[in-house]
Design a protein around this ligand. Structure first.
Ligand SMILES: C[S@@+](CC[C@H](N)C(=O)[O-])C[C@H]1O[C@@H](n2cnc3c(N)ncnc32)[C@H](O)[C@@H]1O
Length: 290
């Protein structure tokens, strides 16, 4: 894919497909959407902390060839997997527990001629043989699990080749957050998020047989666009997509979108005051390639 299309066009294309492959919905459907379905609907698949540049930069730190097989854990609508495939040219498999999101990822893959494969399954019971993958990537999916972090990591370790590596672009709490901040973020994300600091995060991996080999901090996000500008852009996008589908864009829908986004973005910006991003490279054994 890389040779056929430049980076920006590739990314725009994948996002466009996300817009056109999800039909516009009415008030009640939008009301009933949980965080992940709503994020996909508004075109915000939150690829990784720091966005697509975080994924691109990973490949300055590891050597990957087209002989590698990469498992992307928590692939959502496939955006991280598509980028990993684009930059690595390796075989990429994405897994996510949400069938609705996996189905969207499969449709986008077809549209953009990606060879990435997607499976709906639980990270705690991966349907792959031992030592299948040379690299496992995850964009902080562990923090989305309400329980079973050890089991998830044991499964990741099992399907990883002996000299394989896990790359986790994770978010952790740099300062201890007040309880209500974590509670509110968990409520919006609809799962009990992990309130770990970096040391605890690394300890969790160590407990499951991984050694941290390398890490670097993600730059603090400098959002030039304000929250209201983002909301306006997403409302304009919705209006445009409704027009394309010959559907009315009702004022109640507009207000609901604004209300849902406001709650989501407000909660995240309060949470972000305590959070930092780190890219962690773990090895399964000393045979590792880093
Ligand atoms: C931060 S999102 C990942 C975003 C993704 N990398 C992208 O490009 O859009 C975390 C994902 O983890 C998935 N997830 C949560 N629990 C899971 C589990 N037990 N097994 C597999 N995936 C899970 C969620 O459904 C969600 O899509």
């Amino acid at each position: 894919m890389q040779s056929l299309i430049n980076e920006e066009d590739f990314i725009d294309n994948a996002y466009d497909k996300l817009a056109y492959l999800i039909p516009r919905k009415g008030l009640n459907d939008i009301k009933g959407m949980d965080y992940l379905a709503f994020s996909a609907y508004i075109g915000d698949p939150n690829v990784a902390p720091g966005g697509w540049t975080t994924i691109r930069n990973l490949f300055d730190h590891i050597h990957v060839s087209d002989q590698d097989s990469i498992l992307d854990v928590g692939s959502n609508t496939g955006h991280s997997s598509f980028l990993i495939e684009y930059y690595s040219q390796a075989k990429v498999v994405g897994i996510d527990i949400r069938k609705d999101l996996v189905q969207i990822a499969e449709k986008i893959a077809k549209e953009i001629s990606s060879k990435a494969e997607f499976y709906d399954c639980d990270i705690k019971a991966l349907p792959f043989d031992d030592e299948t993958f040379s690299i496992i990537t995850t964009t902080g999916t562990l923090a989305f699990l309400s329980e079973g972090h050890d089991k998830a990591l044991c499964e990741m370790r099992r399907v990883l080749k002996e000299d394989g590596i896990v790359i986790d672009t994770c978010l952790y709490y740099e300062k201890e957050p007040p309880e209500h901040i974590v509670k509110e973020a968990s409520k919006v994300l609809e799962s009990d998020i992990l309130d770990y600091n970096l040391e605890e995060y690394i300890k969790l991996y160590k407990k499951c047989g991984f050694q941290v080999k390398k890490s670097y901090a993600l730059p603090t996000l400098q959002n030039k666009t304000t929250q209201n500008e983002v909301i306006d852009l997403i409302v304009q996008r919705e209006e445009y997509l409704c027009e394309l589908e010959n559907q009315p864009f009702e004022s109640e829908v507009k207000e609901l979108l604004q209300e849902k986004m406001c709650r989501m973005f407000d909660t995240f910006s309060k949470n972000d005051e305590y959070v930092k991003g780190e890219v962690l490279f773990f090895e399964k054994s000393s045979l590792g390639r880093i």
